[in-house]
Design a protein around this ligand. Sequence first.
Ligand code: MSP
Length: 523
Amino acid sequence: MQPAVYVTTPIFYANADPHIGSTYTTVVCDAFARFHRQRGVPTFFLTGTDEHGEKIAEAAAAAGITPQAFVDQVSARFRSAWDECGIAYDGFIRTTDAHHVGFVQDVLARIHASGDIYFGEYSGLYCVGCERLYTEKELVDGRCPQHLVPPVEVSEPNYFFRMSRYQDELRRHIESNPDFIRPEGYRNEALAMLREPLGDLCISRPKTRLSWGIEIPFDRDYVTYVWFDALLNYPSGLDRAGRMELWPQTHHFIGKDILKTHAVFWPTMLLAAGLPLFRHLDVHGFWSSGGQKMSKSLGNVVQPLEMRDRYGMDTLRYFLLREMAFGQDADFTEAALVGRRNSDLANGLGNLASRTLAMSKKWFDGAVQPIDPREPVDVELERAFARARVELEEHVLGLAFHRALEALWRGLDAANKYIVETAPFTLAKDPAQRPRVGAILHNCLESLRVAAQLAAPFLPETAERLRESLGLDEATFADLDRAWGRAFPAGTATGEPVNLFPRIETDGAAKAGAPATGRPSRV
Ligand code: MSP
């Protein structure tokens, strides 16, 4: 485990609302941050909005309001969406914040003073959607591969950052630090970019063409290029929180479309600014929707709040984290989400919770019984959860969130199997077996306790509901190392049976893979 972690999402362009792609990055960061906090690791989690540049200025003009009024609205919508989704960020940065503006200007002045910024002629093919220049080679049939539109030719005098000066140093760093960019495929992509001559980076825009940006401190006729401004949010947000000591422990989570800016522009900027390099760049794949690229025109953009309202946030979190192998692409359909909800959440976890709590209530009025005597089958159950924990932790640190959840579900399967094997329903008919039935239920409650603790970073609402139903206080629940059989003091009272994940009735369409509108059914 690292001594501390600083976790960041990309800052989201303040020209559109959150969708399932931005939600995925944010949920991954949230789970990763909660995982570390739960283990006592000092953690800071930053998210925010990217508010300058041509793209935003154009969107504001189309909306008929000033850029500032426009970004105020969109940024507030991001913030409230993450709040409504229960995202536990520690800082929310806006690139129009005065502190950030000052931070960017300081860095520009420093790099200028050290001789790494010069004035020259800028020309090339620019994609406004990506806010960057493309080389001919990067284009697909003359179009930007992300936005599928031809870039525009630009030519104007501007300031340049001597990025090329740092090319070799960066390549050596990536070569000698295999964990710097993960998973490996993206590291290889970054190394391939660094095998080509890098060139320098244009970092200004004349105000005559674009005034919506941070003014260059050494030339008032220019504003900073939006990516130069945006990337600096990572240290500036930490600086503002007074937590710069965490900087060397940085984990940047991003989607694969912004690999070049983060794997090439950003580390060279840090080298020039004399700041230590971040520790990890963790790159995930793309979500398609119903097998197609998500787009407004196709009408298949998945809205996180709509999904949350329909299925609950934990079901959405579970689906996102379980369905996508970090680094690879995945497809979003409601039918697949409903499938996971019913098979994993309702059957695996929900069923264990409702059965255990119902038995505890029915036979012991909720009073937790002593755990002895212990049978080999009980010890096996305890081991299954010990293994689940070890595997889950390894997988989270290796970014295989889907595998981490699989490992936890192997524990839950062992618990459901334990109930079948020990058959408390049958034993309970014999009064002489009462102590054994009490011990079996205690083991089931321990399974739920450990499962809830391990699930907490991924399914925080569910974990809290389980904690309450199990009658555990917060301190006991926070103690991951509490020994099996030591969490429920004699006399602990478990609550009423809960139905954590009511099954979602599916019609034929859902099973066939078409979007389904699910309604919880009574179980
Ligand atoms: N503003 C820049 C980032 C600047 S960071 C210094 C930006 N913003 S964005 O709003 O367009 O995208 C934010 C994140 O959402 C990126 O990580 C991007 O990869 C991710 N996604 C956007 N669409 C996505 C999918 N369809 N699937 C998965 N992630 C996607 O880029």
